[in-house]
Structures are given as C-alpha cells and as structure tokens.
Design a protein around this ligand. Structure first.
Ligand code: NAD
Ligand code: MG
Length: 385
C-alpha cells in the first residue's frame, strides 16, 4: 500500500489524482489533503478518502468543519502545506498547488525524505537548482506530472547510459496558434480560457494561450533533465497526441504518444515504474488522422524568447518572469488589462529587476516579491487598471 499526500487536492490535477486513488483502493491510501479555499469540495474529498490530516491554507474556524469530519487532524492557514508535505508520514507527496507556493512545499517534502510527484512547475522554474540538488542528496528523483516532462521521462527509460542530444517539447499552440500578433493582443478572457485540447485550471489555461506555459516548461525541462536551453526545442503540434520526444546522437528520436488525458502522466508518477489502468481511452492511431508539427513562433509569442533569455541570464531571472506573469494573469482574469499587456508587464519587470541572485530560498522569495512590485507598478499605470 502506497500512502500519498496531495497538496492542492481540489484542483484539476489534485482531483484527477484522487480519481486514480479511487480506481486502485488496494494500492493507494490518502494521507493528507490540502486546498486553498474550496472548503465544500475538500469536505467531500475528506469524507470519501478519510485522510489522516486535511487543511485549508485560507483558514476557516474549526467550528465550520462538519461534525462527522472532526476526528481527523485539521490544520488551518499556510502551515497546512508544511504539515502535509513534511510532518504527516507518507510515501509520496503530490505537489499540485498553483504558483511559487509550491517551492517551499517541495523543499519541505524532500527535506522529510519523501518521494515528490511534481505538477507544480513553478517550483523548478524558481528554485530548480535547489530542488534538484536536494532530490539528488536524498536519492529520490523528482517524478514529473506535467505531460511533456512525463513524456520525456518515459522516453528516457529506454535511454540507458545515453545522454539525449536534444528535447522536443511539444505545445498545442493554444487557442491563438493561427492568430496575428495584433489579434492576440486584444483577445478576450473567454477566448483565452478556451483551450482546444486540455481542460485545466484557469492560470495554466491563460499561460497556454500566451505560451508562457511553454516558457515555464522550457525552464522546468532545463532542471529536470539537466540540458541547456539551446537543446530544448519547442515543437507546435496542434493535435496534442505526441506529448514530447527525446533526440539521440545516432539520429533516433523517441516520443511518447497518447490521447490528451492528464490521468496518464499523474498515474505514471504515482505507480512508477509500473503502469496501471487510468480510465483513459487508448490511443487509436487508425482513427487519429494527420499529426502535424510546426516551429514555435517567438514573434507572436514572445514568452518563448523570454524563456531562453532568462535561462541564459541566470540568477533569479526566471523567478522574475514567473512572478510578474502571475500578477499579470491575475489582472487579466480580473478584467483589468488586455491580453497583450501580460507580456508587456513581464518585460517591464525583467528590465526593472536585473541581476538578482537566487542562491538561497530567501533570495528567490525576495526576487519574487521584487518582480511582483515591479509588475504591480506597471499594471497600475495602465489605462483602465
Ligand atoms: P487548479 O487551479 O485547478 O488547482 C490548484 C489547487 O491548489 C487547488 O486545490 C487550490 O485550492 C490549491 N491552491 C492554489 N493556490 C494555492 C496556494 N497559493 N496555496 C495553497 N494551495 C493553493 O490548478 P491545476 O490546473 O490543477 O494546476 C496545479 C499545478 O499543476 C500548476 O502548477 C500547473 O501549472 C500544473 N499543471 C497542471 C496541469 C493541468 O492539466 N491542470 C498540467 C500540467 C501542469
Ligand atoms: Mg504541460
């Protein structure tokens, strides 16, 4: 029996992980569940999965916890993440919260010697060197949940001692793949939230439309697979069937294919190195039709260029990109700025926060705060902000 704690259990990834647990009750037992604010859904999950501990990072009075759920340990407030990641024993910790909040949780879980299943790409974007170093020290590799990184990880199972010469990181291209730069700049919230292939949380859906998601994934791949930005190539593939691929010296390219269904990479991380049923449709290549590929376009999607610039700049540049983007996406979702302003906000923050260090967790949190201050200063100057 594998015990698993899920940080961010009410989200898109967290709830799909619980579907896998539900399909395999003989294999998985839930240790902890945490959410930010969706208390009613969390209560339902606690009732069903009977964890040892649960918590809401946006605290509510314990008197609001239904009487039949009070027998477990409840932790309210930001401390809930730490208790779930490090204090309550579990074999695996799935970090599926949104944003830089995931970094501390990943470090806490590794410090406690837990196997980390990582959906939260922001932890690697901001603190990749610290996370990978700690994972190496405890001898438990980070198991990626992000579909592209899971695909690469799966392909690498066949690599033996051979180092890849490059990674092909696929991208659906999002809802604006064929739009002009001008059209993209004025896209509405509804248009940006309409992803052609994947159903995901709001933040990552907006990031998929701007391709900031792919920018974050280039950074995530850089740390997970220890390759420089120049060897990580974005390949736009609108059908989202090839989830990514790995290139080798002899010219061979290994790819992982499947229908777009996050339960597959989630379950692979949970059951690695075994494969278990996920409820996903098998891929039927006889009916899939044409698979097409095109290069990513940094002109219309400047996030792709910014990712490489930030990785090459080093220090806390990636943290600044991430923090400013989080602020800008929140402003866009709040109807306060145009879609094109997301990129302008990130560029402004990068210009105004150059050369910040990222030696320690504290450095990273300070760089994140500086990026958010710069982003907010820029956003407050925009018309209608
Ligand atoms: P979501 O918004 O659907 O869910 C996020 C969960 O985390 C919720 O339970 C929420 O209550 C909790 N949460 C959010 N912010 C928090 C905070 N600051 N502190 C504590 N808890 C918080 O998000 P999601 O789409 O499931 O994505 C989760 C992570 O996985 C993100 O980092 C995302 O980039 C990554 N990811 C998601 C997908 C996907 O298909 N949804 C795919 C790849 C990677
Ligand atoms: Mg992805």
């Amino acid at each position: 029996m594998t015990t698993i704690s899920i940080l961010g259990s009410t989200g898109s990834i967290g709830s799909q992980a619980l579907q896998i647990v539900e399909m395999h009750p003989e294999r998985f037992k839930v240790a902890c569940l945490t959410a930010r604010a969706r208390k009613d859904l969390l209560f339902e999950q606690v009732r069903k999965f009977q964890p040892q501990m649960a918590g809401l990072t946006e605290a509510i009075p314990l008197t609001e916890v239904p009487a039949d759920l009070r027998h477990i340990q409840w932790v309210m407030g930001p401390e809930a993440l730490h208790v779930a990641a490090a204090e309550v024993p579990a074999d695996q910790v799935l970090v599926s919260v949104v944003g830089i909040a995931g970094l501390q949780s990943v470090m806490d879980a590794l410090e406690a010697g837990r196997q980390v299943l990582l959906a939260n790409k922001e932890a690697l974007v901001t603190g990749g060197h610290l996370v990978m170093e700690k994972a190496r020290r405890i001898g438990k590799p980070i198991l990626p949940v992000d579909s592209e990184h899971s695909a690469i990880f799966q392909c690498l199972q066949a690599a033996g001692p051979n180092r890849p010469t490059g990674l092909l990181l696929t991208a659906s291209g999002g809802p604006f793949r064929t739009w002009s730069r001008e059209q993209i700049c004025h896209a509405t919230r509804e248009q940006a939230l309409h992803h052609p292939n994947w159903s995901m949380g709001q933040k990552i859906t907006i990031d998929s439309a701007s391709m900031f998601n792919k920018a974050l994934e280039i950074m995530e791949a850089r740390w997970l697979f220890d390759l420089p930005a120049e060897q990580i190539h974005v390949l736009v593939h609108p059908q989202s069937i090839v989830h990514s691929a790995v290139m080798f010296e002899d010219g061979a390219v290994l790819a992982q294919l499947g229908v777009p269904d996050m339960r597959v990479p989630i379950a692979y991380a949970m059951s690695y190195p075994e494969r278990i049923p996920t409820g996903s449709e098998p891929l039927d290549l006889f009916r899939t039709g044409a698979l097409t590929f095109e290069p990513g376009d940094p002109e219309r999607f400047p996030a792709l260029r910014l990712a490489v610039e930030c990785l090459n700049a080093g220090g806390a540049a990636c943290t600044v990109l991430n923090g400013a983007n989080e602020e800008a996406v929140a402003a866009f979702l709040g109807g306060r700025i145009a879609f094109g302003d997301i990129t302008h906000t990130v560029e402004y923050a990068l210009e105004h926060c150059p050369g910040l260090p990222a030696e320690t967790l504290d450095d990273i949190f300070q760089a994140d705060a500086a990026a958010r201050r710069a982003a907010c200063a820029y956003l407050s100057g925009l018309k209608g902000a």
